[in-house]
Design a protein around this ligand. Structure first.
Ligand code: NAI
Ligand code: MG
Length: 357
């Protein structure tokens, strides 16, 4: 029997609720498929841990995680702590420490979900955003001088390296080769940003030349926002910098109907380190503890994790179960206009998995 070790880190707010639900669904799938086993270890890291220990995770946290095959992550964020502390202390520490340079964010309108685009059918909204996840605008490069003085200066310098840009472009083009449309849209802003973004474009063109089967187009980031809304059917793989893709993927999540559905994977394609799978949303303290968080994003990212682990049939079975629940007459959670609880959706997805024996 194939075995995969999973580190589960629910962390804060609704992260705790959706990861508990995700583990239930994965356990059901494991029982029904019968040909793989997930050995799950849970880690109580996050803001409560910070209050007890002064750290979001132990000093040797990355060493502990290194031996796992994948990380299943909830969300960080606590109303009583600064957001940059919680984010850099745990989630970004893992992404950067494990060089998870490819952030993959599928955008699909699932059957039965009423998205905000009046005429969009599920087949019209089906693309993947590939976000550069290790450098660019979020390199943390910069500083502040003359603190507190009238002449105070702050710099935030974007870093684009040839290696960093090349590897994310190669990842995007390889991903396009696995899809039927085989198309990459390169998001840029090289009209206004004359250094980093021009290097980005040059390397995109070099990599494109090595993938003659993939159609490529170049789109300015501002134009991409309108294209996503007005012509989503024209998109397949969208590759963008850390900042641009951060913004575009929230728009993508909205086009797909709710932040509560949108999944993401932080991948180390070299597989030197474990990759991390999480819902896009945050800890949502406005609804935490109420039992009404939508767990679908966490289920979908669980399917991405199974696929990464080589369990493609189980991943497909989980996606079919999710689509049966969204496409059936089952009431969904309040973020999708329904009245169901997290637990009711979880039970519905588990029974859809069982029905497919
Ligand atoms: P958020 O994603 O937590 O919530 C935004 C809105 O969407 C809220 O009204 C929330 O109730 C709703 N929502 C989000 N996920 C939902 C779900 N699964 N089901 C139903 N409704 C859902 O973003 P917000 O409010 O900007 O941030 C809250 C905290 O989360 C902050 O501390 C922020 O830093 C953190 N955060 C953490 C992320 C992560 O860990 N990857 C990502 C985004 C935010
Ligand atoms: Mg974001």
């Amino acid at each position: 029997m194939r075995q995969h070790s999973i580190a589960a880190i629910p962390a804060d707010g609704i992260g705790k609720e959706v990861i508990a639900a995700g583990l239930q669904v994965l356990a059901e799938l494991e029982r029904r498929c019968g040909d793989f086993r997930l050995a799950v270890t849970e880690f109580p890291w996050g803001s409560d841990f910070y209050r007890q220990t002064g750290r979001m995770m132990p000093a040797d946290g990355l060493d502990t995680l290194r031996g796992f095959d994948a990380i299943y992550f909830g969300a960080v964020g606590d109303p009583g702590l600064p957001d940059d502390l919680t984010l850099w202390g745990l989630r970004l520490a893992i992404c950067q420490g494990f060089d998870q340079y490819a952030n993959v964010r599928p955008v699909r309108l699932l059957p039965g979900i009423a998205g905000p685009l009046r005429n969009a059918r599920p087949e019209d909204v089906d693309f993947v955003i590939v976000r550069e996840n290790s450098e660019g605008e979020y390199s943390g490069n910069g500083g502040r001088t003359h603190r507190g003085q009238p002449e105070e200066v702050a710099t935030e310098t974007s870093i684009f390296t040839r290696t960093g840009v090349r590897r994310i472009m190669e990842f995007a083009f390889r991903l396009a080769m696995t899809r039927t449309r085989r198309q990459v849209s390169v998001v840029t802003k090289s009209n206004a940003q004359r250094h980093g973004m021009v290097l980005w474009d040059e390397i995109a063109a070099e990599v494109a030349a090595a993938f003659p089967e993939v159609a490529v187009d170049k789109v300015l980031v501002d134009a991409m926002t309108t294209r996503m809304v007005l012509k989503p059917e024209s998109l397949d793989v969208v590759v963008a910098t850390n900042l641009h893709a951060d913004i575009l993927s929230d728009l993508g999540a909205a086009l797909a109907g709710s932040l509560g559905i949108a999944p993401t994977a932080n991948i180390d394609p070299s597989r030197r380190y474990p990759s991390m799978f999480e819902p896009i949303h945050g800890s949502a303290f406005d609804i935490a503890g109420k039992g009404i968080a939508n767990p679908l994003a966490t289920f979908w990212t669980g399917a991405m994790m199974l696929e990464h682990l080589g369990e493609a049939p189980a991943a497909a079975r989980l996606m079919r179960a999710i689509e049966q629940v969204t496409g059936g007459n089952f009431p969904l959670t309040p973020d999708l206009g329904g009245t169901s609880t997290t637990q009711e959706i979880t039970a519905a997805v588990c029974s859809a998995i069982r029905r497919e024996a």
